[in-house]
Design a binder for this molecule. Sequence first.
Ligand SMILES: Cc1cc2nc3c(=O)[nH]c(=O)nc-3n(C[C@H](O)[C@H](O)[C@H](O)COP(=O)(O)O)c2cc1C
Length: 163
Amino acid sequence: MKTLIIYKSYHRMNTEKVAKAMAETMNATLAKVESVLPEELAGYDLIGFGSGIYGYKHHKTLFNLIEMMPPMEKNVFVFSTSGNFRERHHQPLKEKLAGKGCKVVGEFWCPGEFSPLGFNLDLKGAFALIGGMNKGHPDEKDLEKARAFAKGLMTTSTVGVIT
Ligand SMILES: Cc1cc2nc3c(=O)[nH]c(=O)nc-3n(C[C@H](O)[C@H](O)[C@H](O)COP(=O)(O)O)c2cc1C
């Protein structure tokens, strides 16, 4: 199965770690979203789209790429790292992909370190918005779950892992 994993990661490179773990497991091509041309996508059997969550959704560059890609009945999966998981974080990207004719066959999330002022006091709730949270994530356990998710994608038709 020819697999492409497209990602955007910039805050702490959290999502890049997850994307790399998945790509190694699946023997997939790994690509930063800026380097992908919409017309290239047709050449893959399965495509993953992932980023951190910024302002309740995936990074806008992923939406832009999907907007430019031609309609295609493609199996896709979505993944993210963020402060907290909310179903509504993934929903906009899933809807965008469905609008192009794609079938979402899996989704993955794990915590990602958030250090808004450049340091991390590993706080909870509203204080975390200033002092930071999820220090050290994704950690090895999170990456192991990402690998297990990737393995599942190769063997079953629909998987979902929200850690
Ligand atoms: C500008 C900005 C906005 C963010 N917005 C949210 C958010 O709405 N919800 C959330 O749970 N986390 C939010 N986060 C935390 C990031 O999703 C988290 O740190 C993520 O792991 C960053 O991924 P990256 O290192 O791959 O860029 C935000 C982070 C930044 C920098």
